[in-house]
Design a binder for this molecule. Structure first.
Ligand SMILES: C[S@@+](CC[C@H](N)C(=O)[O-])C[C@H]1O[C@@H](n2cnc3c(N)ncnc32)[C@H](O)[C@@H]1O
Length: 359
């Protein structure tokens, strides 16, 4: 067998290098989006309309030279529109980067980027040992990043659009029900529901002390009396059937023992109760995920940095990861945990699949 190296095609080489450096460009653009959000540059652009660097620096109280270079980058990346050296956010740019009340607001996902990337120093050890890092490894800023990333959708759509799609649920919540949100994070979904249904009582469970600290702060701000947060490692779900309604939003795939969590929810839910599962819309095979999900590369990266890492943060963890809990697996795991009914709910969410599950 010849050990001659296969020839490198110069055109293919150029294309491949373009792909790799495009990825580095994406990382730089992400870093700039983080700064734009943190420094209020998008909010200022949304108010100002088309501006040059001097006007934007003036509005934000920042140094013109730094603002100018940031604008050049954002224009070159296509994040901002530009005419000569005047820059503007498109209406879509305003929704995604400036308007925190819009359900498509996404700048929050960049909030925890420095902390997410900081664990790169620790992950080589995880690759060797097999054991990952829990969400608390990202510190308080990581919990705030997840909160800001997911909150706009919950605030805008959970109560008016999602809950009414679960048969019988709204009537139950209006009459007064016991509700648990497992893996509640900073509690935005729970508190949104608690405000909407004052006759019901709401319990959030999480293992992240940083997320729970955010949840307590959000509870104080919300001023509601019908919500409580529990550190799930010390105060787990009750072992008797107490809850009429349970939710899990984007957390089963992050858990070291999702099957155990499903069994615990089965014990804690009433026989006439209902569980709304939201988890990442995944396909049963790697090939399908790559073919059908334009965000697959981003999601597998997120998985290594956080989701799979969390799901392997104890020895023997299930390690499902971001795209690991596809519908067939969810259905069979839930059947095994003792749930008889499993109905997918099509909410046309860009990322999540929803299932209505009953004992
Ligand atoms: C991606 S975050 C989602 C948080 C929240 N549901 C939201 O939508 O903002 C996943 C959460 O699951 C929590 N988690 C992981 N394992 C858990 C477990 N065994 N019990 C409770 N929460 C857990 C993490 O601490 C983290 O807050």
């Amino acid at each position: 067998m010849s050990d001659a190296k296969p020839p490198v095609d110069p055109d293919a080489l150029k294309e491949y290098a373009k792909l790799v450096f495009g990825a580095l460009g994406g990382a730089m653009t992400s870093a700039m989006i983080y700064l734009g959000d943190r420094l209020g540059l998008y909010r200022a652009l949304a108010e100002a309309g088309e501006v040059d660097s001097a006007a934007l620096a003036n509005r934000t109280g920042l140094d013109e030279r730094w603002v100018r270079e940031w604008l050049y980058q954002q224009g070159a990346a296509g994040v901002l529109e530009h005419r000569g050296e005047r820059f503007a956010l498109s209406p879509e740019g305003k929704a995604v980067l400036a308007d925190e009340s819009h359900p498509a607001f996404g700048a929050g996902f960049f909030d925890g980027l420095p902390q997410q990337l900081a664990v790169l120093d620790r992950l080589p050890e995880s690759f060797r040992s097999g054991v990952g890092l829990p969400y608390d490894a990202f510190g308080p800023e990581g919990a705030r990043g997840i909160e800001r990333g997911l909150a706009p959708w919950f605030r805008a759509l959970l109560v008016p659009m999602v809950l009414p799609r679960v048969p019988g649920l709204v009537e139950m919540l209006e009459a007064g029900a016991a509700v648990a949100d497992v893996g509640c994070g900073a509690g935005v979904a729970l508190l949104t529901m608690a405000k909407a249904y004052p006759k019901s009582e709401f319990h959030g469970y999480d293992i992240s002390r940083h997320a729970l600290a955010r949840a307590e702060a959000n509870l104080a701000d919300a001023g509601v009396a019908n919500a409580t947060f529990h550190a799930a490692d010390q105060h787990p779900l009750p072992s008797e059937p107490r809850f009429h309604f349970v939710t899990t939003f984007d957390c089963l795939h992050d858990m070291t023992d999702p099957a155990g969590a499903m069994r615990a929810i089965r014990r804690a839910i009433r026989p006439d109760g209902v569980w709304l599962v939201a988890d990442i819309k995944a396909r049963p095979s790697y090939e399908e995920n790559v073919e059908k999900n334009p965000m697959a590369a981003m999601m597998y990266g997120t998985s290594v940095l956080s989701c799979m890492s969390s799901a392997l943060s104890e020895p023997g963890g299930a390690g499902l990861g971001t795209l690991g809990l596809h519908e067939d697996l969810a259905r069979s795991m839930l059947r095994e945990a003792g749930f008889a009914s499993f109905e997918p709910l099509d909410l046309r969410h860009p990322v999540n699949a929803f299932y209505v599950v009953r004992p």
